[in-house]
Design a protein around this ligand. Structure first.
Ligand SMILES: C[S@@+](CC[C@H](N)C(=O)[O-])C[C@H]1O[C@@H](n2cnc3c(N)ncnc32)[C@H](O)[C@@H]1O
Length: 240
């Protein structure tokens, strides 16, 4: 897999800090709500695959609760951050995109959470990814997924005691946007700076739901009201 130009690769070591600084308490709130949702619908011990697992925000606590968790993540540097955290020894790590992932044994539940869909840039990638998610699940398996709202595609400035971050999100046409992120961090080791730039895409939620239905899913519950602060549709679906 090509490691170059992967979103987040150049600043994976700061990813957790930057997201915690940017979103403050809301970030922990989102994590708590997402974990509670998974725990309410998946029995402890069952097999869960976390697509776009990032640095393990969900995968590690779920493994600690007693689920058999596989983390699927295409950015090697993000996966390495996950790999070196306490608790990672209980998570099976897979370096792969969603679309390329092939399950050796069917999973009971899948998660695709916190804007992973916006990294899919064309319909082919979306369809292949959703099909791979469906193929990874046993019949009756559950999928928790979020579909970012258009409101999320707006730049922002975040400033805290230790961070100055400017994110620009510029439309390129056809639902594509250029996401650019310039961040300065004041750390004990000195000032750190990174710049990252990559493409993201807005997906209409009705279109994504149609694609999910095509892959054999039915919507079990629309959880968007429970996640109202996070500018995304949150859906629970069941593979029929
Ligand atoms: C904003 S992060 C969210 C990470 C994690 N799901 C969480 O909730 O903290 C989005 C992640 O999706 C990953 N990603 C990007 N393209 C992907 C793809 N095609 N398949 C799976 N994951 C992808 C990125 O590398 C990144 O780690």
């Amino acid at each position: 897999m090509n490691h170059l130009h992967q979103p987040h690769a150049s600043w994976a070591q700061y990813y957790d800090l930057v997201f915690a600084e940017t979103f403050g308490e809301a970030y922990q709130d989102l994590t708590d709500k997402t974990l509670a949702q998974v725990r309410s619908c998946a029995e402890v011990g069952c097999r869960i695959v976390d697509f776009g697992a990032g640095t393990g925000r969900l995968a590690i606590p779920l493994a600690q609760y007693g689920y058999c968790v596989t983390a699927v993540e295409p950015c090697w540097e993000m996966l390495q951050q996950l790999a070196h955290k306490p608790g990672a020894e209980d998570v099976k790590l897979t370096h792969s995109t969603m679309a390329q992932f092939v399950a050796k044994q069917a999973f009971d539940a899948a998660i695709c959470a916190f804007t992973v869909l916006m990294y899919l840039l064309d319909e082919e990638a979306l369809q292949a990814s959703l099909q791979a998610v469906a193929d990874s699940l046993a019949s009756g398996g559950l999928l928790l997924i979020d579909i970012p709202d258009r409101q999320l595609f707006q730049g922002f400035v975040a400033q805290t005691k230790i961070m100055e971050r400017q994110v620009d999100i510029d439309p390129l046409g056809g639902g594509l946007y250029c996401f650019s992120d310039q961040t300065f961090l004041q750390l004990e080791s000195g000032t750190q700076h990174y710049y990252d730039e990559f493409c993201i895409r807005y997906w209409d939620s009705a279109f994504v739901v149609d694609q999910l239905r095509f892959c054999g899913f039915e919507v079990e519950a629309d959880l968007s009201a429970d996640f109202a602060d996070f500018m995304s549709h949150y859906l629970l679906l069941r593979k029929m």
